[in-house]
Design a protein around this ligand. Structure first.
Ligand SMILES: NC(=O)c1ccc[n+]([C@@H]2O[C@H](COP(=O)([O-])OP(=O)(O)OC[C@H]3O[C@@H](n4cnc5c(N)ncnc54)[C@H](O)[C@@H]3O)[C@@H](O)[C@H]2O)c1
Length: 380
């Protein structure tokens, strides 16, 4: 049984705490929580008597000596808190995003590399969606042939003005370090890079639409890979919204709509269809395909409804810490750098109004972000 502590017990940290307290993570016990807000702590105490509470993170680490810490605070504090724990050889599960800038995140990754006894993980809960895991295997198996085109539309994270007004740190460059990209889309951008790899170049346009916020809530980006392109579209202001990842290869097409996927496998590679054709639209028999459907599964819906998808990551993390085996993680902490590299590149492309190579220069990104924060202060 490992002893876990959580720092930041707001919406997400509070949910993680409940999962530990109701025994949803079998090999882990919640030993302590830390939050800088006394009111949050006293509400927590009423719900979970018996769990130690702290306002001082260092004191909690010193006194409780947990095996693992979950960092569930606003984005800018992730690196500082995680580094403090890992330097004491305490394992860390950091909420997404790993950080706001690649430059900051790299500091954490370096510290984690130097402390091999501490397991380092990131909360990429969408990786536990078996549809994406099976899609990854299909792509890697070569069953789709040579990839030719992809598109990922993510417009189903609807957020109202009420949501943005709720928390001071949300949707600001100074508080959150970005908008829909760093908060919501980091999940899908992780899935995108997990399945397709990292793009070489990005050209993007970001807008703020229909909400009084200073960050983007509407993104259109073109990701260039060696032999094909992927269009990424995201927004948090439109209804009903959709979540649709289309991957087209020379031997088949995969359409993933979050909880379902339709795979169409061609009888022969399109190149062969073309070579054999003695008529304008190709031979009907050569163009035949078989259709296979994949579903999320009732068990997954039930688990998600009871504990939230994040609980899958908590379970994998606890097992990895207990067995000292990082291969049990769904996502290793350093993998958090990939989606963050993409986000920093999208922002920089939009700010400059031109295409950028991935990764972008981390120092230049920090400088441009500071300018955004300064101009935000002038507006307020
Ligand atoms: N994985 C997911 O699906 C998911 C969903 C929502 C939020 N999140 C992530 O969880 C994190 C927290 O988001 P939230 O919605 O719970 O925010 P929140 O504002 O509801 O809670 C944050 C809490 O952290 C506390 N806090 C702030 N700075 C602190 C510090 N230095 N030390 C201790 N406590 C501190 C605040 O007082 C607050 O109680 C973010 O990284 C967010 O992106 C993840």
């Amino acid at each position: 049984m490992i002893r876990v502590a959580i720092v930041g017990i707001g919406r997400m940290g509070g949910r993680h705490a409940s999962n530990f307290c109701k025994g949803a993570v079998k090999n882990a016990k919640l030993a302590a929580v830390c939050d800088i807000d006394e009111k949050v702590l006293s509400a927590f105490k009423n719900r979970h008597a018996g769990v130690a509470t702290y306002t001082d993170f260092d004191k909690m680490l010193e006194e409780v000596k947990p095996d693992a810490v979950i960092v569930a605070t606003p984005h800018y504090s992730h690196v500082g808190l995680a580094v403090k724990a890992i330097e004491k050889n305490i394992s860390v599960l950091v909420e997404k995003p790993i950080s706001v800038t690649v430059k900051e995140a790299e500091k954490l990754v370096e510290v984690a590399k130097a402390h091999k006894d501490a397991v380092f993980a990131i909360m990429y809960n969408q990786r536990s969606n078996s549809i994406y895991a099976r899609a990854k295997k299909i792509i890697e198996s070569g069953k789709l042939g040579d990839l030719q085109r992809a598109s990922f539309t993510v417009t189903d994270w609807y957020r109202t003005q009420y949501y943005y007004n709720m928390g001071g740190w949300r949707a600001s460059w100074s508080g959150e370090g970005g908008g829909t990209l760093i908060n919501q889309c980091v999940h899908q951008l992780d899935i995108l890079q997990w399945l397709l790899g990292m793009p070489e170049k990005i050209v993007a346009r970001c807008k703020t639409s229909g909400r009084n916020i200073s960050t983007e809530n509407d993104v259109t980006a073109l990701f260039s890979y060696k032999n094909y392109d992927c269009v990424f579209t995201a927004s948090t202001h439109e209804l009903p919204g959709e979540n649709r990842f289309v991957i087209v290869g020379s031997k088949g097409t995969l359409v993933i709509t979050r909880h379902m996927a339709v795979c169409k496998y061609l009888k022969m590679d399109e190149k062969e269809v073309n070579a054999r054709a003695k008529r304008d639209y190709g031979n009907r028999a050569d163009k035949k395909y078989t259709t296979k459907r994949m579903f999320y599964g009732l068990g997954n819906y039930i688990t998600d409804a009871l504990y939230g998808q994040q609980c899958n990551i908590l379970r994998g993390f606890a097992a990895a810490v207990e067995k000292k085996d990082a291969s049990l993680l769904r996502a290793r902490g350093e993998e958090g750098l990939n989606a963050l590299n993409i986000i920093n590149a999208i922002n920089m492309s939009a700010w400059k109004g031109e295409g950028v190579d991935v990764p972008v220069d981390p120092d230049e990104y920090e400088k441009m972000l500071s300018e955004k924060i300064e101009s935000e202060k002038k507006i307020k």
